[in-house]
Write a new protein. Sequence first.
Lengths: 467, 1031
Amino acid sequence: MKKQYKSILWIFALVGGMSLVSCEKLLDKEPDESGGVILPDNAVETPEDLQQLLNSAYDVLANGYNGRVQNPANLLSDNLVRPFNQNDYESVWLRQTTIFNGSVGDAFGEIYIAVFRANTILEDLPNVSGLSEADATRTTGEAKFIRALCHFDAVRGWAHPYGHTPSNTHPGVAIRTRSSPENVSRSTVGEVYNFILQDLADAQASLPDVNDVYATRWAALALEAEVRFQMHEYDLAYELANQVIEGNAVMFDTEVNKYQWPQASPEAYFYIYSAELSNGDTDNRNTFFRDNYNSLGGSPALRIQEDLYDMLTSQGTGVPRGALYQENNQDGNITYVTTMFDDQSFNIPILTLTQMMLIRAESMAELGMDLTQAIDDINAIRERAYASPVLNLLPTASADVVIEAARNERRMEFPFNAQRYHDLKRIGAQGENPDILGYPYDCNGMILQFPAVEGTESFELNPGGGC
Amino acid sequence: MIKLYARSILFLLCIVSSSTLLAQVVKGTVTDEDGIPMPGVTIRIDGTTQGASANMNGEYEIKNVEVGQQTLIFSFIGFKEYRETIQVPATGEVVVNHQMEGDAQQLDEYIVVGYGVQRKKEVTGSIAKVDSKEITDIPAPSFEAALQGKAAGVQVTQGSGLAGSGSVIRVRGIASISAGGDPLYVVDGIPIVQDYFLAGNRGAFNNNPLATINPNDIASVEVLKDAAATGIYGSRGANGVILITTKSGKGAQGWSFNLSTRHGVSMPTANPDMLNSSEWLQLYQEAWENDGNVGLAPLPGGRTWEQARNTDTDWIDETTRVGFKQAYNFSSTYGNKWFNWMLSVGYDDNQSYLESNAYKRTSVRNNFNFTLSDKVSIGANLSLSQGVNQRVDAAWSGGYGDAMSTALPIYPIFYTEDVYNSNGELMYAAGDYWDQGSNPVRQRELTEWETVERRMINNVSIDYKPFDNMFIKGYVGLDLMSLDDDKFTDTFLREGNRSTNELPNLTERWANTSVNYNINLTANYIHNLDDKNSFTYMIGGEYQETLLKDLGYVSVAGDDIDGLIRSNPDYLDGVDMPEIGRTNYNFISGFGRINYSHADKYFAQFTARVDGSSKFGDNNRYGFFPSVSAGWVISEEDFLKDNETISFLKIRAGWGLTGNADIPAYLPTGEYRLSSQTGYNNELYRYQSIAPNPDIQWETANVVDLTIELGLYRDRITTSLSFYNKNTTDVLLNVTPQSSTGVENYWDNAGEILNRGVEFQVNTVNIDKKKFIWKSSLNVSYNYNEIVDLGGYSPDAISGGTNDTRVVEGAPVGANYLVRFSHVDPESGRPVYLDINGKETYTWDPDNRVEVGRVLPKAIGGFTNTFEFGNWNVGLVMVYSFGSNIYDSSRKRQNGVVSDWNMTTEIFDRWRQDGDDAEYAQLSRLPENYGLPGIWDNNTTQFLKKGDYLRLRRLSVGYTFNAFKVGSMKFESANITLSAVNFLTFTNYDGLDPEIARDFENVNDRNLSANITYLTPPQEMSFNLAMNLRF
């Protein structure tokens, strides 16, 4: 019997021991790197890794600026009629965006995923070995440019404009400087603009003048011109726009349509590129424009207002500008559509020479400067649009006339990229009270609502209830 | 029949009349199975008050017994009642000795527990056992559906009417939010891969990981409910464990064969009342005019009014049918002293009522066991099965879902004339499928879709008994699975018309595989201290590893492609599956159990398990899960031993900690991903996809269980009453942080959930006559569920997919979060909502959402009755569910803003003029007229319904043929059963079917949104004829 107890103990010790020696290492299961998965520790080690990380930020930027980001903001301008068969867009147009609006939520999400990736670049960059000084500087500049652009579109879409309160202490958006899932509180509009300007200053100091399809110093300068213009800082806007134009980095295009392919419009400082692939396909990064404006199906979701159509076709549909628009008559229901987005492939300009010219012209008029340059700028755009000087401004045009002309040209040159919405808010914030399809510039529904999860105790969502 | 009875009655009369006034003595000795004299056994003469008890030597004597034929009845608690008919002669004594047999049904019933079996009497945990007959009684796509109503505390919600769909099972409520809330399934000792989202939610259908298991192969299913029972499964036992034991040849003597067949028809339990063409046109025009328009409304799909008026397609009719079911199962067992074997082959072709939808399972199982010597035996269970699911789109994805929504009655199935485009090219020829709007027939006929799952669940074990009372077992389990989802799309569906020619036929495949194995070694020692005190010690170690491969997606297009990859493997020549992800995780565990019993009336158990897993972060790698429980069989005490009323009484109580580790694999390490194809500007890219969380761990359930079991009147009535309290902490949350983080989600152990409940079960033998037996079984379970704490997260941070269910502190898991609908204003015809303060408003605002409704029912249960009249039997299974709500999410569009959706006939009750007291608002095509920001926002309590129901789950009539001969063939038995399933439901729910398990988007959704229906196909009603032959 005693012997047996010994055996029992031995057996139990053996069986039990088997599990206790379970070696710690066996439990270190790590993602298998064969399936496109990489361990965080090895993820960003070489300059190539870092470049791929940067590409991911552009990749998501291109998924945002394919119309996803521009469309909701554009719906809040006076350019479009009630959308057809696109329920999320219909709610935006009704100035009734809610926390459930998937299209708006996705646009917001894409913007901040790009920011997140830009932040991982800035965080991982110091750990990369063998990175040249030039690449480090350029990469930093690109990350900061992306971060600035995204914060700028977030604050322009999800907050009332700069100048809405005297010290810009009205609620802005979240400022994200780290890749962390922590909640942050809502920054004021003033704080967000300061952050954007800081990033742009860094970007301008770091970016090269030429950089394939990616961000350049000119793009960062042009973006700052847009920012300053939005801040009503017309002196700086003028200086920057002028500097960018005189840098001659791009050419004034002869085409009115800026959505070109395979080459981007020659006047784009920065654009979203749809690449031709080796197998003959195209990596189209324009889905949200094409799907919502494409006139070939007969009834696109997004169609333009009659007054805009009348302005655009004041010289008929035979001139370059008018040729891009059509009137559709379905059983007596008249709609106005653009043919600009009918092609499968086109690139999307984000920052352009035409816009710099219009910023320069309007800023000069605001500043009371000599208007010769301003009038030349506007006339160049008009002659291109109408293929004749018939609507040119007189050399004696007053500042008010120039301002009105610049705004109208901006509306007609960029009817679909939300410039009109930003303009109306800018004008509203400087006290002009524009009538936006009957809504004031600063009613609740004139800004987009955040996705539900953005709201926390220290982050109050935009007030609901529409206009 | 009548003749037969008549003859029996005559026979009985004869017996009675032959009795005389003479009397004699009947005596004898009663022993137990081992021949030891049994005192106290009661011996009675049937039909009289005469009887006696055996003395200390087991002897008895009954005097004055009437001469003639008499029946003696021997009975004793815990032993089988024995009847013997004797002929009492006019002179002399009659000696009747009897050896009592223990009643396995009552005291010696064995229950499968984790890593072993236990005598039911000794069990101190809460375990519900469902046997094989009950599992095969109900034709269901997979066995778990048959557990419905059978086990207290086990909520089974059958899947929708789609073929092959699985059920949602909740054991004692729900205690998980983002980690899997389903119980752990263990098949013959291996926890199987149970991923409901292997194929995402393609076609509005979730993978059913149990579908390939042939219910006919199952010997018993044990549902382990409390910590004393599940504690041995440590970090995976918190949501209950379901042990599936397959049949074996154990106990077989020689050959035995079984053949069973089943044929049946399937139809929906309900169909929606959609508007017909003229009704729809009338209401659409009414909305158009209400919106201030004149003339005829422009119709969707480019239909002219003339065309629309001349069309009236019944899309429900076009997408449904009477489905046919057929199943064949053959099994044989063989056994001798050294060897036993079970072989089974099954084929099941289960058509649903949806046109073109069927699930076909083919399975083979081979279970055998060799006894090599007194000390060593080896066994193996091998199974191979294939499930082919012939798929159709459903719910939001099309098919029957379209028939309830976007397929308008004004749309035709076919073009009736040629259509040309503006360039004069033929776009559609007469007879082509119509393509300018939803057309589920076109979608179905131009698609071929099959999901094929192949699965092997195998194990090999060796038992070694080095000396008496010591048992060592080595076990290896292997669970292999492959899932190929093949789809073929005709060019005409892709193009939509004949004039363009860019998109040829397309064939696609999504593929997954998994390899899952476990190895364990256990040692058991039974330590009998003395006559009264006995210990059983068990110790074990286990390793389990699982590798899931997502082989990704491939597609091949071309004019020469004309079918599935499955039928044409050459389509993949030169094409590799990209293999986009591997998930590999493991568990290393040590566990032990000590059972103590004293005098067969006091029992105690202690279990403990240490689990380490690669799923847990470095800072929390090992979890310790103990349990303690005890039972007292009071009826064994002297003061109750001879009680006439109380035949069995036991109290047991247990406490323990268990865990839930059903979470993704790489949360601790985090991961980056490298793009498989080039991205922006034709360049590769990489990005962080999961942020590392070194703290992540299991969620912990702290469980207390108290149960009283009572048997009355020789166990003619047995009942059990349980109370449980389950407090789950460190609840795993897949949190959606602020959008601006750019992080879609991350995992956190936060939160606390309480489940508290009562379970009551009663089984009775109401009538026990030779020719008529009536047994009943009733169970009731009540569950209280509350989210005690959410760790500071907002309700919107943890949502249930696109469904409007949320987690809210103080509310049950998965509360509906809706704006309250008040009424339709009789003056304006507009819907009136309530704001957050209960004030009426015309405006729907998400800020006014409140927590309303319950996903989980308060009470569930079943009521089963079986009647046996001679060879006839009738079974009646009723199930019920009370206290839950259903959110009929389809209705927000069907009965909301007028659009290109069809409506249900409820919409007739709409506001038309001042003073109308209507259910629905004035019709309009503009969401603002309903106070809505958009037509999809119409989520209000108007569509939140009561989900109570009582359902006649199964009614069956069967006949059993006793042993018979056909020629020289001897048959042991045969039976034939006619059954009706789900054919009667009592409910106030005005939607389709109150029992709902919709397609889910993710785990959160499955846990939180079980009560949401969105165009979900209703349950199936079926009528079946089953035959079974044993020989």
